[in-house]
Design a protein around this ligand. Sequence first.
Ligand SMILES: Nc1ncnc2c1ncn2[C@@H]1O[C@H](COP(=O)(O)OP(=O)(O)OP(=O)(O)O)[C@@H](O)[C@H]1O
Length: 254
Amino acid sequence: MSEILLEAVDLTKHYGSVEALRGAAFQARAGEVTALIGDNGAGKSTLVKCLSGAEQPTSGKILLDGAEAHFDSPTTARRLGIETVYQDLAVAPELDPAANLFLGREIHRKGILGKLGMLDKAEMRRQAVEEFQRLGVTLQSTDVPIGSLSGGQRQSVAVARSVVWASKVVFMDEPTAALGVVQRERVLDVIKKVRDKGIAVVLISHNMPEVLSVADRVEVLRLGKRVARFTGPDTKLEDLVAAMTGALVQEEAA
Ligand SMILES: Nc1ncnc2c1ncn2[C@@H]1O[C@H](COP(=O)(O)OP(=O)(O)OP(=O)(O)O)[C@@H](O)[C@H]1O
């Protein structure tokens, strides 16, 4: 089995009186797609937020490469190689795809006396085109604001951006929601390419056929706890549904 890159141990998260996580466990492994599934309100988004620095857990431990880690912000998590693609697409619609790829990490020309010079747009464009090609992201045009591209193309750029910068883990929250069949396949291909680079991909999805087609492992959350894990191609839809609804419980609460 491949190495565990990121692990949640007995995480809790309280929002006032709401217990979104109640001792949740989770593992993401290098070179694998792990699907994180569960019914609405199971705690998936909360777990991802805690593991990517967007929220702080109330208690429990997060381990990165086996050592306890504290992500006090998404910036800290990103610096440690953890990227997230959110459902609501945090792209800048007025910028072109290359500028979006380098958002917050722009390349500058060398300035005078060691100061930062102007933005090196040509170099960013060159590297962006190379990355899009490598990941199989085809865009109508790389010169137009991303807001004028189709939803699928915007999503592909958002996925490409996280992938280009992630060195360890990429969280993808419903990356194919609202995409047509062709675009969906393209995004799934990108996910597989990223996995094959040795990155741990975590896919949050309500689409069970998609989960079964792309995930190497599945972890199931229910009422803020992990209740089951499945590995390999023999995983059955009925078992996933049973675990999500509480009919099948493999793991008792810690
Ligand atoms: N900021 C918040 N304030 C209060 N309660 C919250 C907050 N965020 C989440 N919750 C609650 O925590 C629980 C888990 O929510 P979460 O969004 O993590 O579930 P989910 O599995 O991602 O659900 P979905 O599939 O519907 O997106 C829910 O009961 C939700 O209402």
